[in-house]
Design a protein around this ligand. Structure first.
Ligand SMILES: Cc1ncc(COP(=O)(O)O)c(C=O)c1O
Length: 386
């Protein structure tokens, strides 16, 4: 057995990353400034979006994206329950009501037919999540937006590299929101980004990200002389500092090679787990690129004598860290009580949520690490087979 614990979601950090952070540190300008602006330009170019606004988190990005559309109390936003609580929390922060739509049981992705079932006269936005890095059915979702006059905001926290018919995730609707949290495919420790093709949305978000001060406030500590700034709306403190931007820019250089490494790990896992009592992730849908953010097995609970949580304990005992993405939001106490939700209201999400297990997929895994994961998973699934 492995002699030390394999942490789930460990970031890949290099000496080059450290040098980039130190260079910014030594420049004397560590707060929001030129590096954040360079990171925005780099990300806009990479995704093909006209505008990119860097923020302190994806939660902030989702929150401000919704405010920029004029979301009001009483409005409804349709999203998936198979996501991190931040997605639905941001809807609540914007004053709207999250309405969950059930998912495809195999992929965990929001299903267009289920979205349509949940549309009411109060619906304003559809907010799909490209779970694990797999592209949602954008053609069908866009058709719904068009037919019902709804806005689209994409949660791309897992989907930095995701493509759908050659187009970057995050560019299909009014705004796309990204995360650079520690476990993400590219990390700035903490950080987020909104991309949009709409200049008004970009400007609104930039203003709201710094207390609602006029855009010039961003330059108030620059060397171009003192500038007055004025508060024009009630904003937040969501700006993205340059030290973090320096790390993001450095990490960006390895985005593609890291993706290739995760694809190679993915292939090894697929081959190793194909005949065990579990479902491996379906191949990416034709015409899409999967960002390979999470490798998730769906345990065949009927063929096993243990639950998913016991499976995770067994992995842990073998020094392998695993994860659950996610416990469906409709099962969380807050959402259950606040919105009167029952487990059976979302049968596919419930099924998926009970079975899903995420295995280590960091590009920093060695071949020996991957072999250890395979050995541990194989051992547990064989030992506890009915
Ligand atoms: C699907 C999803 N949406 C939103 C978020 C929020 O991202 P952040 O931590 O950058 O606010 C996360 C973070 O884990 C996420 O996984």
């Amino acid at each position: 057995m492995r002699d030390h614990f394999l942490v789930f979601g460990a970031p890949v950090l290099t000496e080059e990353d450290l040098e980039a952070v130190l260079a910014t540190f030594r420049s004397g300008w560590i707060g929001t400034g030129p590096k954040a602006a360079e990171w925005e330009q780099t990300f806009a170019r990479y995704t093909g979006a006209k505008h990119a606004v860097s923020l302190s988190s994806c939660t902030a990005a989702l929150h401000l994206a919704m405010l920029s559309l004029g979301i009001q109390p009483g409005d409804e936003v349709i999203t998936t329950p198979m996501t991190f609580c931040a997605t639905a929390n941001a809807i609540l922060h914007a004053g709207a009501r999250p309405v969950f739509a059930d998912v495809d049981p195999r992929t965990g992705l929001i299903q267009p037919a289920e979205i349509e079932r949940r549309i009411t006269p109060r619906t304003r936005v559809i907010l799909p999540v490209h779970l694990a890095g797999r592209a949602c059915s954008m053609r069908e979702i866009l058709a719904l937006c068009e037919a019902w006059g709804l806005a689209l905001i994409e949660d791309c926290a897992h989907a930095i590299e995701t493509l759908y018919e050659g187009q970057h995730a995050g560019t299909f609707g009014r705004a796309g929101c990204f995360s650079f949290y520690v476990t993400k495919n590219l990390t700035a420790i903490e950080g987020g980004m909104v991309i949009t093709n709409d200049q008004d949305i970009a400007e609104q978000i930039q203003t709201r990200a710094l207390h609602g001060l006029t855009a010039d406030a961003w330059k108030r500590f620059s060397d171009t002389g003192f500038k007055h700034y004025e508060m024009v709306s009630l904003g937040y403190k969501y700006n993205f500092p340059d030290v973090h931007a320096a790390l993001a820019l450095s990490q960006f250089k390895r985005l593609e090679t890291n993706l290739q490494r995760r694809e190679a790990i993915w292939r090894r896992y697929d081959a190793a787990f194909a005949n065990l009592p579990c479902l491996i992730p379906p191949p990416p849908e034709p015409g899409t690129r999967h960002a390979r953010h999470l490798y998730t097995l769906l345990l065949d609970l009927d063929a096993l004598t243990i639950s998913r949580d016991r499976f995770l304990d067994e992995l842990h005992q073998r020094n392998i860290g695993g994860g659950v993405h996610y416990l469906s939001l409709h099962l969380h106490r807050y959402y259950r009580e606040q919105f009167g939700l029952r487990p059976q209201d979302y049968p596919h999400a419930l099924w998926h949520s009970d079975r899903t297990v995420s295995l280590p997929l960091s590009a920093g895994l060695t071949e020996a690490d991957v072999a250890d994961v395979i050995e541990a998973v194989t051992d547990v699934l064989t030992r506890f087979k009915r």
